[in-house]
Design a protein around this ligand. Structure first.
Ligand code: CAO
Length: 545
């Protein structure tokens, strides 16, 4: 078996695009052309398909990240039978190009084409100077495409860029965006029709009226908007999930439907598609939402909404929009809070000796120019505890039927920034020394504060530490950074009287809180993990054992 890095291919002209959906998970088995990511530029959304079949080892991007051609998406262990010679080299953007149809195709150089369906233009359309036909633009290499969804009806008012049709070739599904605002007067196609470049799609009233009604095809063809092309999710996914909710990779929906689902906050894996091969249409989404609204009491997970309040009668207010990072964090926290049964346990580690040792390192810190806080010792102790208690270094499989144990120890560290909370990940903590960890903490915290973290530096974490010790507080209940299984909260060190060998002594006690996913580990496991962790922190010589 060999490994393969998958990178972002040529994005058809788009430079930086935002990841709006990561369709796969670590450990997933994917097939060629299976959707890995859905990304969105300012012009279009598109899927990035897998160029190989194999098992995902690690994912380097996360939702909300901005990526460009050549960025690493993930690493795959190639399936047997995949060409060995390609496995040794990284997939270059040009290699991947062949699997990603052009996103935006330029039709300005198209030959004037008139299609047989031009003859179908209604009399009504041909006498109104403000009615223009919309034709099929260049299809990015496909000869013919099948109409699988008509997104508009006669009489609909559309804005420029609204999806008119969703079409599908053998390789891709595409949205046909409206070239201009207007009212749909006549529809010339129906679901199941096969269309080629230049075929007449519909007549739109209200657009620019320079078009000669007698030559609609020629004129409009030169004005037609390019097709926005995305590679479809293949229907046959590798999923073996027995859960009711489908995996993201099983969802069959066009970009317009995905966009609407995001706007409505609907999880597409819960929606049953009525189209061919269970493809989800807009109507399916609307019915789903209607049902959810009309039957709140029967909806699993439905929670009563907090009513909207007008605060003005109580005093002056100021409204500040949340940053994008803040919104993403809020959504992640909410999702974890609702999905994961959290339990939080508390403990105190006696770090008196650690602090003595740390103080003894001061001259060396100055000499090396590296400051060591208690955090690298905590990181190292957690890494050792994760190695000894593998349940805390795991994730619950998506279908909830197995546990994925990780053989690596990458630990996330919450960093408070003016823009919001960021969690850079320190890799292979178990293999690094205290000096190296200290340097990495400072480097990653600075990058986080300057918004310089790359997606790869924020992914792959097994466990998270949130240290509020320098800020204050005696304890808190951190929210798990799912799909991780646990998170450690560190609060402010306090000197407390503690009995040691029958004598009351002032000891430096570090308050710790451990929140864990009770589906994966239980109180006994957490107690053992905590006892082990405290013993490491109380006597850091143990880290060398
Ligand atoms: N108790 C008492 N003092 C502590 C401490 C603790 N638990 N942890 C750190 N300190 C001290 C340090 O020793 C340092 O003091 P000196 O300068 O005298 O040595 C001082 O506090 C500042 O430490 P620091 O914050 O610069 O360094 P760090 O390694 O402890 O933490 C980082 C780095 C990036 C984690 C931190 O800067 C940060 O951003 N913390 C916030 C995390 C957060 O927001 N979590 C919230 C998650 S939930 O909403």
């Amino acid at each position: 078996m060999s490994k393969q890095i998958v990178k972002v291919p040529d994005l058809g002209g788009a430079s930086d695009v935002e990841v709006i959906e990561v369709c796969v998970y670590n450990g997933d088995v994917v097939t060629v052309e299976q959707s890995l990511l859905v990304v969105e530029s300012d012009k279009a959304s598109m899927d990035i398909p897998s160029p190989f079949s194999g098992t995902i080892i690690s994912i380097a991007v996360s939702e909300g990240a901005s990526i460009a051609e050549g960025d690493v998406i993930l690493e795959l262990e190639l399936a047997d039978g995949t060409a060995e010679d390609s496995a040794s080299s990284e997939l270059s953007s040009t290699e991947a190009e062949s699997s990603l149809p052009e996103l935006v195709t330029d039709v300005s150089s198209d030959k004037n084409s008139s299609s047989s369906s031009n003859a179908n233009i209604s009399a009504e359309g041909s006498v109104q100077t403000t009615t223009e036909p919309v034709m099929m633009p260049d299809l990015g290499g496909a000869d013919q495409v099948e109409v699988i969804e008509i997104s508009v009806a006669v009489g609909d008012e559309v804005a420029e860029g609204d999806s008119l049709l969703v079409m599908e070739s053998d390789k891709a599904s595409m949205d046909l965006p409206s070239p201009r605002a207007g009212i749909v007067k006549v529809l010339h196609v129906k679901e199941g029709d096969m269309l080629a470049q230049g075929d007449l799609v519909l007549d739109l009233e209200g657009g620019a009226s320079e078009v000669q009604p007698s030559k609609p095809a020629t004129k409009v063809n030169s004005e037609a908007e390019p097709a926005k092309t995305v590679v479809s999710d293949p229907l046959e996914s590798s999923s073996t999930s027995s859960a009711d909710r489908r995996r993201k990779t099983d969802i069959y929906a066009g970009p317009a439907v995905r966009k609407l689902a995001r706007e409505l906050g609907v999880d597409l894996s819960r929606v049953k598609g009525s189209g061919p091969r269970e493809r989800i249409a807009k109507e399916d989404l609307y019915s789903f939402v209607k049902k959810a609204v009309s039957e709140p009491s029967t909806m699993a997970g439905a929670i009563p909404k907090v009513p909207e309040i007008d605060f003005s009668p109580f005093g002056e207010t100021e409204v500040q929009p949340m940053t994008r990072l803040h919104k993403i964090t809020a959504a992640n926290m909410h999702r974890s809070w609702l999905n994961v049964p959290h339990v939080t346990q508390f403990d105190e580690a006696d770090i008196t000796e650690l602090e003595v040792f740390r103080a003894s390192l001061k001259p060396e810190m100055e000499q090396r120019g590296i400051k060591i806080s208690p955090l690298p010792f905590i990181l190292k102790s957690v890494a050792t505890a994760l190695r000894a208690h593998k349940g805390f270094n795991s994730s619950l499989a998506f279908d909830g039927e197995s546990i994925i144990y990780k053989k690596y120890v990458h630990i996330g560290m919450a960093v408070d920034t003016p823009e919001g909370l960021m969690v850079p990940v320190i890799r292979d903590v178990d293999k690094k020394g205290i000096w190296e960890l200290s340097e990495e903490i400072v480097e990653l915290a600075n990058k986080a504060k300057n918004r310089k973290l790359k997606p790869a530096e924020m992914s792959g974490g097994c466990f998270t530490i949130s240290s509020l010790g320098a800020i204050g507080g005696t304890g808190f209940t951190p929210i798990i950074n799912s799909p991780e299984v646990a998170i450690l909260g560190v609060s402010k060190l306090a000197i407390k009287p503690v009995y040691v060998n029958g004598n009351l002594e002032p000891r430096k006690m570090l308050p710790l809180s451990l929140s864990y996913d009770h589906r994966v580990v239980n109180g006994g496991d957490a107690g053992r993990f905590f006892t082990f962790l405290s013993s490491m922190l109380s006597d850091v010589r143990r880290l060398a054992l």
